[in-house]
Design a protein around this ligand. Structure first.
Ligand SMILES: [Zn+2]
Length: 83
């Protein structure tokens, strides 16, 4: 009798945990789908690590986790870092 009760409890806990995870997943999916159109309307801007000028992400270059407006600035930044 006790074993059955424990099994029922475990089942209930698993059920509610699964339900919560499923709801979190749905919320995550909703927030994701609502964010996407916004980013398409206004192109995300990134700051050049060398000259601090903001430029669209699609025109920028990425190197070692940093953004740069041009290949020249990227190379200069890397040169400065080496020293
Ligand atoms: Zn720059």
């Amino acid at each position: 009798m006790n074993l059955l009760l424990i099994r029922l409890l475990i089942f209930a806990v698993l059920f509610f945990a699964g339900l919560k995870l499923y709801r979190m997943y749905l919320e995550w999916q909703q927030s994701r789908s609502s964010e996407q159109p916004e980013s398409q309307e206004s192109a995300p801007m990134v700051r050049c690590q060398w000259c601090n000028v903001h430029c669209p992400e699609e025109d920028a270059l990425r190197e070692q986790g940093e953004w740069f407006c041009s290949a020249e600035h990227r190379d200069r930044y890397i040169e400065e870092r080496k020293r």
